[in-house]
Design a protein around this ligand. Structure first.
Ligand SMILES: Cc1ncc(C[n+]2csc(CCOP(=O)(O)OP(=O)(O)O)c2C)c(N)n1
Ligand SMILES: [Mg+2]
Length: 598
């Protein structure tokens, strides 16, 4: 290799640095030592973070983006190392989060020979098939000089349109093979691309006509609002037209939940005012939402939505999501922020906007009435003082203890359902969760990525006992990188969300859903607090509801990693005004209110 040539690994690293990537999360193996070598050369400019499970690296990269607003990358070896990654890829893919996964593969000279860790029985070096359904695209350069094209195209695919993770699968020898004299320049290829497309201007006019004429309008926001940075424009529109704003779980935080127009979560376990407001709306403006089953009460009419007769305006950057599940009165492909700005501009030219906005007073009063009814319904759980801690009380105590700038990363399970219902986030990244793929471990590990993205903000994970035990290696990573994260282990001695389904839908036939001591039959778990201490992390136990917020405040103030093992009741599920159907087994009943039948 001539001295001024970069090899494949060097090109990738150089391009990442040019794209302002500051962290690469991953785990070594013989398949990627060539890449790690390239990272080693540039370690002053890009930090390599070594973890103890590849899924952890992927979840960190995911949450890093959700907080920092820019992507990072992962590195994993060939064979099993990269086979530990698809769960994280799928999570990011379904939630539209970009990260670049650099996966190692066997040397090109050994393709089809069944070398150590080669997936060769269907096709040579076939990791791409493994992840085809799990990411936006796979690139596999098989010569050094293919790497520059692959890296710039991979980056573009990842960032444009609806973002998502992309895999760059690199055979062992290509990391070290001569590639080019200079890595591609982002300013020549990718940094000048804008996907801030606006909506068809006639569509904007029609949307505004519909909103101005509506008597009971509701805006429903999803993560498209958060990722496009449309929060300020959303607020401007909602305030000018006096339209209440509800959110899907992924849209949580798009509007400050304390704002008077904030209606709440529309979901199977969403509050009455949000579900009843949305299902009785005459016009629903849906922005960057995809109407999944948990948002829409399994699409059963009259619980979360009644479309039609509600007339739906659905705006999304990805036309695939428009009219997937509901018929549209108006479907517009657009970047949400650009669309909102188009609406606001057109609004300036309209007469009588004040009159239309003031006509909303009755609708807003009606919604206030729904809110009061709901607040009275949930009041007892808020002050419940029992041990194990009542889950609603636990969610309140956690919410109360978090400062305004805190980042709460939830895992998957019944605790997540309680948190999205009872926490009151103020910022787009105040409460982060996974809504598409829902892999256990997302929050256990993701909180580490949040802390890298926001070193000066308190980063807290609330996670199930099941998920924490699955990914307890994170304790070591927090110590190794001095990350002052706090884990609140929502310890209910069970895979409680699933056991709840056995109780609710299967006549209580419980199997394989709780943790018990083999001799006594008593609930069993390892001593998580002691486990944390064994790793060099503060570990404390909390049994009383009244102690939970103090413990969390103290843990945040200590600015050291800490685990709070909270003993939380398992026997309750968060009821809402919506429902969820498990086809063949039936559907749940709303905990409050009934089905709306216009
Ligand atoms: C990796 C993975 N395995 C299995 C599941 C299915 N699942 C969803 S929630 C859940 C239970 C989680 O238990 P725990 O972490 O203790 O949370 P809890 O529901 O008790 O709050 C399971 C097994 C999943 N989502 N992800
Ligand atoms: Mg549990």
């Amino acid at each position: 290799m001539s001295s001024n040539m970069l090899n494949g690994g060097q090109v990738i690293v150089d391009y990442l640095i040019r794209e302002n990537v500051r962290y690469v999360f991953g785990l070594c193996g013989h398949g990627n030592i060539g890449f790690i070598d390239a990272l080693h050369e540039r370690s002053g400019e890009i930090k390599t973070i070594s973890v103890h499970h590849e899924s952890v690296a992927g979840f960190m990269a995911d949450v890093f983006y959700r907080v920092a607003g820019r992507p990072s990358a992962t590195f994993t070896s060939c064979g099993p190392g990269s086979a530990n990654l698809p769960i994280a890829l799928a999570n990011s893919y379904l939630d539209s989060v970009p990260f670049l996964a650099v996966t190692g593969n066997v040397p090109t000279s050994q393709f089809n020979r069944g070398a150590f860790q080669e997936l060769y029985r269907q096709y040579q070096a076939d990791f791409p098939s493994t992840v085809r359904a799990y990411c936006k695209r796979v690139f596999q350069p098989t010569r050094g000089d293919m790497v520059p094209l692959a890296i710039r195209q991979a980056w573009k695919t990842m960032m444009t349109g609806r973002p998502g993770p992309v895999v760059l699968d690199v055979p062992f020898d290509i990391f070290k093979e001569a590639a080019t004299e200079e890595a591609p320049r982002p300013e020549h290829w990718n940094s000048g691309i804008s996907c801030r497309c606006g909506a068809d201007p006639e569509g904007v006019t029609r949307a505004l006509d519909m909103l101005l004429a509506a008597e009971r309008p509701v805006i429903l926001v999803g993560q498209g609002v958060k990722y496009s940075g449309a929060g300020a424009d959303l607020l401007r529109l909602a305030e000018r037209l006096r339209i209440p704003v509800a959110w899907s779980a992924s849209g949580t935080g798009a509007i400050d939940s304390h704002h008077p127009l904030a209606l709440g979560l529309v979901a199977r376990n969403g509050p009455y005012q949000a579900n009843h407001g949305a299902r009785t709306a005459d016009v629903l403006l849906a922005l960057g939402v995809r109407f999944d089953d948990r948002t829409s009460s399994s699409w059963l009419p009259g619980y979360s939505f009644t479309i039609p007769p509600t007339r739906l305006i659905h705006v999304d950057i990805d036309p695939d999501e428009i009219a997937r599940n509901y018929p549209v009165a108006l479907g517009l492909m657009a970047d949400v922020r650009t669309f909102l700005r188009q609406l606001l501009t057109e609004l300036d030219d309209r007469p009588d906007v004040e009159i239309a906005a003031n006509a909303r007073a009755k609708w807003l009063d009606t919604i206030e009435g729904y809110r009061k009814q709901w607040d009275a319904f949930i009041a007892p759980g808020r002050i419940d003082d029992s041990t194990p801690i009542h889950p609603q009380r636990a969610a309140h105590e956690i919410d109360k203890a978090l400062p305004e700038n805190a980042i709460l990363v939830s895992d998957i399970g019944v605790h997540h359902n309680w948190l999205i219902q009872f926490c009151n986030p103020r910022r787009p990244d105040s409460l982060i969760g996974s809504m598409g793929f829902g892999p256990m471990g997302f929050g256990v590990a993701g909180v580490l990525g949040a802390q890298f993205a926001a070193p000066n903000r308190p980063c807290v994970s609330v996670c199930g006992d099941g998920a924490f035990f699955m990914h307890a290696s994170v304790l070591g990573t927090a110590v190794e990188y001095k990350l002052p994260v706090v884990w609140v282990v929502w310890n209910n001695f069970a895979y409680a969300s699933i056991r709840g389904l056995q109780r609710g839908y299967l006549g209580g036939r419980e199997l394989a859903t709780d943790f018990r001591h083999p001799e006594t039959g008593a609930p069993y778990n390892p001593d998580f607090a002691a486990m944390a201490r064994s790793a060099g992390i503060d570990g404390i136990n909390v049994d009383r509801a009244g102690d939970l917020s103090d413990a969390l405040r103290a843990a945040i103030a200590a600015q050291r990693p800490c685990l709070i093992n909270a003993n939380i009741g398992a026997d309750k599920n968060p009821g809402g005004a919506g429902v969820w159907e498990l086809p063949g087994l039936g559907q749940s009943q709303p905990a409050f209110g009934g089905r709306y039948q216009p």
